[in-house]
Design a binder for this molecule. Structure first.
Ligand code: ZN
Length: 261
């Protein structure tokens, strides 16, 4: 096959970005329909092939976004247009803000940038406030009890990061120890962040976290969950590659099993 010309490469980059824009808007609608994004809460992002990040803006309901409203950031957390525009007065940044009305970067994007920096395999992140999982986070409880076989395979144990105020370095700092060891994290007194190799995976993990929280809650109301044994959990985790999932890291957050309680 002949090598790609610069024009062809640029066209491909543009079409990847256009697709990611549509996917983020669809994911925002889905999370909003599920009741995971009250008011203008939450944020979503995708790492593009050129190392930049496509992210939702602050202050806008994420179920009502149009593709053109999304912001492209470089890893240093500034709009790409600002970086490019330094030499010409940054006019593109001004144009972007005007066009989208209120294309402000979310203060919580620092959390996304920290995850991308720590996990080269991650290409998409969802942050939302699903009510039952957030209730567990507010109660100071991780979702690490081996209640469901499917979450052992599909998700992994979900740790609880201590409270870090949004808009401060406290938020990215609070999740840092858990990012390499889990695929989703409860944020104390706040919400949930889930991530994966693509947006579909990150979204599924967010849904699984809330499902796990609901089932755990109901099991407790019904008299207490009977946890899987350590051997059962190990067999489920070992089966991940059979389902097409990468093995969990050796120091993955540990499930609490029947032997632990
Ligand atoms: Zn939040």
């Amino acid at each position: 096959m002949p090598p790609r010309t610069n024009k062809q490469t640029q066209r491909r980059v543009n079409s990847v970005e256009a697709l990611a824009r549509r996917e983020i808007c669809a994911a925002g609608r889905r999370l909003r329909e599920l009741g995971f994004l009250p008011a203008a809460a939450g944020n979503l992002s995708v790492r593009l092939g050129d190392g930049t990040i496509l992210a939702t803006p602050s202050g806008v309901p994420k179920g009502e976004l149009a593709p053109r409203q999304l912001i492209v950031l470089c890893m240093s957390n500034e709009p790409r247009s600002a970086r490019r525009g330094r030499g010409n007065g940054g006019t593109q940044t001004a144009a972007l803000r005007e066009r989208s009305g209120q294309a402000r970067v979310s203060s919580e994007i620092q959390m996304h940038l920290r995850i991308y920096a720590l996990r080269p395999d991650v290409r998409a992140i969802c942050h939302a406030h699903p009510p039952v999982a957030t209730g567990f986070a507010a109660a100071g409880r991780a979702l690490d009890r081996a209640v469901l076989g499917e979450t052992a395979i599909l998700l992994g144990a979900v740790p609880l990061a201590p409270f870090g105020a949004p808009g401060t370095q406290g938020l990215p700092e609070s999740i840092t120890p858990y990012v390499p060891r889990a695929n989703a994290i409860l944020l104390a007194n706040h919400g949930v962040v889930a991530y994966g190799e693509d947006l579909r995976t990150a979204l599924q993990r967010m849904e699984l976290v809330e499902h796990c929280a609901r089932v755990t809650l109901v099991a407790e109301l019904a008299g207490g969950a009977r946890l899987l044994s350590r051997a059962q959990v190990e067999a489920l985790v070992a089966a991940r590659p059979r389902y097409g999932f990468a093995p969990l890291p050796p120091d993955a957050v540990r499930w609490l099993t029947a032997e632990d309680v």
